[in-house]
Write a protein that binds this ligand. Structure first.
Ligand SMILES: NC(=O)c1ccc[n+]([C@@H]2O[C@H](COP(=O)([O-])OP(=O)(O)OC[C@H]3O[C@@H](n4cnc5c(N)ncnc54)[C@H](OP(=O)(O)O)[C@@H]3O)[C@@H](O)[C@H]2O)c1
Length: 187
């Protein structure tokens, strides 16, 4: 299993202006094409109930974070509800039995949880040249300028240079988890 967190962010690091504000309303065509290509490779997605409902896809296999279940319970034949207050992530994996690449699709508290339990192997960030000034951050309480340091503290580092996706200034930035025996770089 390989867990990839896919997110589009504004230039000041927000994933949405408010809950219910989806990326397709503001992200570039190039970002959306990149997202669709990545999603074509994944077997399952992990996401919060609001993102799940905002981008409802009955045919997609999803682990949906929600406090409406006590631990792990099927919401529909393809959507497995998960409440971390009543079960561990390993328990939800025992039920879902996902293989291959699994996408982590937000929102903020799902990012927090997956990073905290060490289940983000790769983070692919599309950065759009638009500022929101306020909104939903990538991680709770982490300012955009503090993102790299937050990721380093969780064993993840930036790899390569930003890739330009279009002339307007959209770039893709990639972070990967360090091998567990690698020294943590200072930031
Ligand atoms: N730009 C991007 O790449 C990107 C990525 C993701 C999302 N978004 C956008 O961000 C917005 C939604 O994000 P969001 O952060 O507000 O919401 P979200 O994470 O999608 O959903 C929040 C809900 O998920 C459940 N949840 C999350 N963490 C939980 C936990 N630890 N324990 C129990 N339940 C948990 C709760 O559901 P219950 O209320 O059912 O208990 C909570 O109300 C949408 O507009 C979406 O389109 C953008």
């Amino acid at each position: 299993m390989h867990f990839v967190l896919l997110a589009a962010v504004s230039a000041d690091g927000f994933i949405a202006r408010h809950p219910g504000h989806p990326p397709w309303e503001w992200a570039s065509a190039e970002e959306q094409a990149r997202f669709r290509a990545a999603m074509a490779q994944v077997t399952w997605s992990v996401l919060g109930r609001v993102t799940h409902e905002t981008a409802h896809r009955p045919e997609r296999k999803r682990i949906v974070f929600t406090s409406s279940v006590t631990g792990v319970a099927w919401l529909t034949p393809n959507h497995l509800g998960f409440n971390p207050a009543g079960a561990t992530f390993d328990e939800v994996l025992e039920t879902a039995k996902p293989e291959g690449t699994i996408a982590i699709l937000g929102g903020t508290r799902v990012h927090d949880y997956m990073l905290e339990i060490g289940r983000v192997d790769e983070l692919r960030l599309s950065i759009e040249p638009i500022r929101f000034d306020e909104g939903l951050p990538m991680f709770t309480g982490v300012a955009w300028l503090g993102l790299d340091g937050h990721l380093v503290r969780h064993g993840m580092v930036r790899v390569g240079e930003d890739e330009k996706l279009n002339d307007a200034g959209t770039v893709e930035r990639i972070y990967r988890k360090l091998p567990s025996n690698a020294p943590t770089p200072a930031r």
